[in-house]
Ligand binder design. Structure first.
Ligand code: SF4
Length: 455
């Protein structure tokens, strides 16, 4: 039999991203008393719930219209309507998000029409059903996330009176990171609307009373009033305009937009704090100046070790950008940047540094491993999927981002702000030290006394 030649670059093995509706679910989990339903087959919602439950270590409820063969051939409208009835009965939510899966998109389900019809039939026209088309074969979870945030605003925001609040658009970061951003805002005495805010819903304190929907999340009334805010800060410089919630608020309601990188690292956190100062006219409290000084001290302590790091940074574009910038500030040499998304404007973002970086978009871990070997990478920074780099190449992994499913505490990893950056830098430096201390004797003896067993 003739050998079949398969071009491995035309297939994906362990992709460096997850599917689009999975990213779209997360913002809904950061709204008060909200539920979400996936229009498609049941396995999709099971897979997504599992991933999220492992990362956040919280119960994750996601409805499914459970499309079967009949629904696939004749349309799944009835299934979706039944699913919505059940969700209203069981959870009594204030808002429901409807996301599509590959199957629903492939058979051409029109969720806008179905949801409109549903609300008319049940005589509940004012109920917020937020539809988000998320064909997983077209984009990654990152695009799903921002599209969901934009659709939530598009559905709820209304022309409102001017107020003193600042809108903050939050990318997919940990609940601990969101809490740190809130601490900074409160420290500067700035009124805010954070969207989404899953700092409490996805990392809830233990109580004896189990509620079907967790407490916390952005209030729907606050989202309605976002058009009256003083400004929007979107922590998303890699987000394309058509997915940008901040751009929508600017274009539709004239809310001034500041697009900033995630505040990880000295320069990025400075930008965040100084922008808050500019918008509010308030002084930066002494507390943050001290934290900044401690970060500088941490950078001095660790730079001599960090200079030995040759890193691959992978995951969602926004995080990859912020982490790479932090590496460059601290002497770590980022060599490979990888994301599963199509759009990563690295060329424009790193200026002169770009020529030293190997950028992989829409990539998978087979390709990342291969490039890491070529570039002598000795440090991986990203989510749990990077475990393949450790298992197969012995490259140690500093875990950050989503998903963290092979360790506990993904929801508690703090990396933003001056304080978060200190913790993040310490994690990197200690990983490099551990790697060096557990390897240097054998590599030295191998170099100078080949053949002598040093164990
Ligand atoms: S890739 Fe498509 S089929 Fe697979 S879980 Fe995601 S939506 Fe479902």
């Amino acid at each position: 039999m003739k050998n079949k030649v398969v071009n491995l670059r035309n297939v994906s093995q362990n992709p460096c991203s997850m599917c689009m509706p999975l990213g779209g679910i997360i913002p809904f989990k950061g709204l008060e008393q909200s539920m979400v339903i996936l229009h498609g087959s049941q396995g999709c919602s099971t897979y997504m719930r599992r991933f999220m439950a492992e990362h956040f270590n919280e119960p994750i409820d996601v409805g499914s219209s459970a499309l079967n063969e009949k629904g696939t051939v004749y349309g799944g409208e009835e299934n979706l309507k039944k699913g919505l009835d059940n969700i209203l009965k069981v959870y009594n939510p204030k808002l429901i998000g409807i996301l599509t899966t590959c199957l629903a998109e492939t058979i051409g389900e029109d969720i806008d029409r179905i949801s409109l019809e549903y609300l008319q039939e049940r005589e509940m026209e004012d109920f917020p059903l937020v539809t988000v088309p998320t064909p997983a074969y077209s984009d990654s979870h990152t695009e799903g996330y921002f599209l969901a945030v934009k659709r939530i605003i598009t559905r709820l925001a209304q022309k409102s009176e001017k107020n003193e609040k600042v809108n903050i658009i939050i990318p997919n970061i940990s609940p601990a990171d969101i809490r740190e951003i809130k601490r900074i805002l409160e420290g500067m005495e700035i009124a805010y609307t954070l969207l989404p805010d899953f700092s409490e819903t996805m990392d809830a304190p233990f109580t004896n009373n189990f509620g079907k929907l967790p407490n916390g999340g952005t209030k729907l009334g606050d989202i309605r009033n976002m058009p009256g805010a003083k400004a929007t800060i979107e922590l998303g410089i890699t987000v394309e305009d058509h997915l940008s919630p901040g751009k929508y608020l600017e274009n539709s309601f004239g809310v001034p937009l500041y697009r900033l990188p995630l505040p990880i690292g000295l320069e990025n956190t400075d930008k965040f704090i100084l922008t808050l100062k500019t918008i509010s006219g308030k002084e930066v409290p002494e507390m943050f100046r001290k934290e900044r000084g401690r970060l500088q001290d941490c950078m001095i302590d660790s730079h001599k070790y960090n200079a030995q790091g040759i890193a691959v940074v992978f995951g969602e574009p926004e995080l990859v950008y912020a982490v790479t910038k932090t590496c460059l500030e601290n002497g770590i040499k980022p060599k490979v940047l990888a994301t599963g998304s199509k759009n990563f404007k690295s060329g424009q973002l790193f200026g002169e540094e770009s020529s030293n970086l190997k950028v992989l978009t829409e990539t998978d871990f087979v390709h990342i491993r291969q490039v890491c070997k070529e570039m002598d990478v000795n440090l991986a920074i990203g989510n749990s999927e990077g475990k393949y780099l450790t298992e197969k190449e012995g490259i140690p992994l500093v875990r950050i981002g989503f998903p963290i499913h092979d360790r506990v505490g993904g929801q508690r990893i703090l990396s933003v702000g001056y304080q978060g950056t200190i913790m993040f830098l310490d994690r990197i430096t200690n990983t490099l030290l551990e790697y060096k201390l557990s390897n240097y004797r054998s590599s030295m003896y191998q170099k100078y006394f080949q053949g002598i067993d040093v164990k």
